[in-house]
Design a protein around this ligand. Structure first.
Ligand code: SIN
Length: 339
């Protein structure tokens, strides 16, 4: 029975630690997914004071196994729910390992003022002091709040409200792992209340891509990330394109994007031969790639990390944009006016 005085929120389950069970209450590693999204909702009875909840299980796996096969139906289901008058917002329960990628993809593709909150957990549901129930409670509360309108897709965990566009997983183990060091948090959850530090705004560079006709993972062009290290094999880019079919490359360069001298020569040759976009991002955890740091045939990722750069490049390629056009989507902060 719906409570007509409360908003309705649609909750989408995808798996992850939040839906996992371990052998004992002390198990915090080596557990596996074993709960469904309705189990998670049932475990938090106080959610009925916050919203009417409908739910849909989109997948039930660790987030390392997610890809466009699951992301595309997730996108369509959320879009449909938010387009209806029935729902005030959406919540996604998700593994934390690739949560930032799903959040980034949804932030660029969902065309709605209504909030989407993605929440997970760092401890499985069976652990003493599991964080999942509170994170789910807060995500539903945040999505149900009118204060959350116009803020896009957010990662809401651990009392923090973070931008899905900027935030990244910084720590492999600790609770307080979702951080956008340079850009900061959007708001907080405290004593059953939602608060924001800023009025509603979408991040600079968060532009809309129409994915409404996207139905199959095979329609999304392959983009491969190559990681820099001392002595990196300069021919990896050749393999990525010729053997693996990459239509775009993201380099996770050292520092603010550096690549080896030989590698740069091979990359330029490859660019000239195949004319595919090569994005220079960084393997460093934070900071940006200035336009002046990258060769003129390459595109600097600005403040986007490699995994977010890959999704942005895929959406640009899916949209059929030219390399010149693509370069305008990457906030290489020294050249884009207003950045
Ligand atoms: C996953 O990403 O599915 C596993 C790790 C986690 O949820 O914290």
């Amino acid at each position: 029975m719906k409570n007509s005085s409360l908003p309705s929120i649609k909750t989408f389950g995808t798996g992850g630690t939040i839906a996992s069970k371990g052998a004992t209450s002390a198990t915090t590693a080596g557990y596996s997914v074993g709960l469904t999204v309705d189990d998670l909702i049932e475990a938090v009875p106080s959610l009925t004071n916050k919203a009417n909840l409908d739910f849909l299980q989109v997948s039930n796996v660790g987030s390392e196994s997610l890809n466009y096969t699951q992301l595309i139906p997730l996108y369509h289901n959320i879009s449909e729910a938010l387009a209806s008058d029935e729902y005030a917002g959406a919540v996604v329960t998700h593994g934390t390992d690739t949560m930032e990628e799903t959040a980034f993809f949804l932030d660029l593709t969902i065309n709605s003022e209504k909030p989407i909150c993605i929440a997970g957990a760092m401890r499985p549901a069976t652990a003493t002091s599991a964080d999942g129930p509170m994170n789910l409670y807060q995500a539903v509360s945040i999505s149900a709040s009118e204060k959350s309108l116009g803020r896009g897709t957010m990662i809401t965990m651990n009392d923090r409200i973070a931008s899905g566009f900027w935030t990244t997983k910084m720590n492999a183990n600790s609770f307080d792992t979702f951080i956008a060091d340079e850009q900061g948090y959007l708001g907080y959850f405290s004593n059953d209340d939602v608060g924001y530090y800023y009025p509603p705004v979408k991040p600079n560079g968060c532009q809309f891509f129409d994915a409404s006709n996207l139905t199959d993972a095979s329609e999304v062009p392959e983009v491969i990330i190559l990681y820099s290290y001392q002595g990196v094999n300069p021919k990896l880019i050749v393999k990525a394109i010729e053997d693996l079919g990459a239509k775009g490359i993201v380099l996770a360069g050292s520092g603010a994007d550096s690549w080896t001298t030989t590698g740069n020569i091979v990359n330029e040759e490859i660019f000239e031969e195949y004319n595919i976009p090569i994005i220079h991002s960084r393997r460093t955890v934070d900071g940006g790639v200035p336009r002046d740091d990258v060769p003129e045939w390459a595109i600097g990722s600005g403040y986007l990390n490699p995994q977010k750069s890959r999704i942005l490049l895929q959406l640009c390629l899916y949209s059929g944009y030219s390399i010149d056009h693509i370069s305008q989507f990457f906030p290489a902060f020294t050249v884009v006016e207003g950045w």
